[in-house]
Design a protein around this ligand. Structure first.
Ligand code: ASP
Length: 435
């Protein structure tokens, strides 16, 4: 009898948990994690206990990336008629290129105006060395887009290569579906249905994973704040604030202008995009957030799957507005910190390399920090061990998690904006979702 009462009680607790709005639960995990993490500095015992909870959340999200990216890109490409595929694809890529360009202008503008790191006067110190990390060259980035073996690319989670293969597969499927030969066309539709089915199954799994998100989020945020809280609010406050001003300026200017251009309310867009943006903020992974972005685009924004199925996976890998702003501001911070003046040529070089570096940045935590090396080297700021540049770079690495949160969030917001923009421009946005 007593056991029965207990079961009823625990059942209603679980039910109550499921009844609370998911976003509130995630926000509660975020705020509580930050507060407790800031209070309990370097709490190694607690970190050890909480780490698996955070790791499991990241692993669950990673678990579904390969199937969801492959299936949705294939379904996305093949549900566009061959004649339309080029147009939608070109529009998406053009939109990403344009917003990337504005992002670096904002990054440089904020950096030049606020001068983070000025007067820091860092000189070479052997104690502050940068991590040895090799940024790939431009031609390497290009060549690496093409897998030698798609199965290997999937096994290794090489997202850019998976995207390339899925694009080939999807476009070919679109032609086979459209074939005049009835047997071929039938086969094409069959394969399409299989991938469409996989897509929907993965969405179901996403829904379940998200119920675990508040716990994973609490653990992840606690660890960041417990390990970095005090350090992050020290001498690097300036660069952190500058970077976040850049992120906010991008939302205020570019998001607003793009929304107004397609006649949807910027506030409504922000309201709808907040769930993927918060997920990106805490997971620090555009790739990991993809399942949530796709679900939001589909269910809350009314973007047709042939557009978001292409725009979001491609965006999660090549369109990184936040990373670009971060690269611009941090390059200026490091130049200022070591007392190097950047001339016009150097600033132009930063523009070009930051945009390209962002394309090559994987949508995983901390990837942008590796690409920062590439931008620094391009303007002659060599990160050699023991040098002043290495010391300044090491400072940035120390707070990278906090900068990564904001930039990943903006990266994902920019992808969602691209999907909505092109859908509206194509007259295929379900406007009943925006009333
Ligand atoms: N974490 C970022 C992302 O996943 C990439 C970066 O480190 O800039 O979008």
């Amino acid at each position: 009898m007593e056991a029965d009462v207990k079961t009823v009680k625990s059942k209603s607790l679980i039910r109550r948990y499921f009844e609370i709005n998911l976003l509130y639960k995630i926000l509660a995990g975020l705020i509580l994690g930050a507060v407790f993490g800031a209070i309990f500095q370097n709490a190694t015992g607690a970190i050890e206990i909480l780490k698996p909870f955070g790791d499991i959340f990241i692993r669950l999200l990673k678990m579904i990336i390969v199937p969801i990216v492959t299936a949705s890109l294939i379904v996305g490409c093949s549900s566009i008629a061959p004649s339309d595929l080029g147009r939608v694809g070109a529009k998406v890529l053009l939109f990403y290129l344009a917003t990337s360009f504005f992002a670096i202008l904002i990054g440089l503008g904020v950096g030049i105006f606020l001068e983070p790191g000025a007067g820091l006067g860092i000189t070479g110190a052997a104690s502050a060395q940068a991590k040895a990390a090799n940024a790939p060259s431009m031609s390497q980035i290009l060549v690496n887009l093409f897998p030698t073996n798609p199965i290997e690319a999937m096994a290794k989670g090489e997202i850019l290569q998976i995207i390339t293969f899925s694009l080939f597969f999807g476009v070919a499927l679109s032609f086979v579906k459209d074939s005049k030969d009835e047997r071929l066309s039938k086969l094409g539709h069959l394969i399409y249905d299989v991938f469409d089915g996989i897509n929907h199954i993965m969405f179901k799994v996403v829904g379940w994973i998200m119920q675990y998100a508040p716990i994973g989020v609490f653990a992840l945020i606690f660890i960041v704040f417990s390990q970095q809280g005090v350090k992050a609010f020290g001498p690097l406050l300036g660069v952190t604030i500058s970077t976040y001003i850049g992120f906010i300026a991008h939302v205020a200017l570019i998001f607003t202008l793009a929304c107004l251009a397609i006649k949807i309310s910027p506030l409504k867009f922000l309201n709808k995009v907040k769930s993927p943006m918060i997920t990106a903020f805490v997971t620090r992974s555009s790739g990991g957030t993809l399942p949530i972005s796709m679900k939001t685009a589909d269910e809350d924004m009314g973007v047709p799957k042939q557009i978001y199925g292409f725009a979001l996976p491609v965006g999660a890998t090549v369109n990184m507005n936040g990373t670009i702003i971060y690269l611009g501001i941090c390059a200026i911070f490091i130049a200022n910190a070591v007392g190097v003046q950047l001339d016009m040529g150097a600033k132009l070089t930063i523009i070009l390399t930051a945009v390209l570096a962002a394309v090559g940045t994987a949508g995983v935590p901390g990837a942008g920090a590796i690409m920062l090396l590439m931008v620094l080297e391009s303007v002659g700021l060599k990160v050699e061990s023991g040098s002043a540049v290495a010391a300044a770079y090491a400072l940035i690495l120390g707070i990278d998690a906090i900068l990564d949160m904001g930039r990943t969030s903006l990266n994902v917001g920019g992808d969602m904006l691209g999907a909505v923009f092109v859908a509206k421009n194509e007259n295929s946005l379900d406007m009943s979702k925006w009333e």
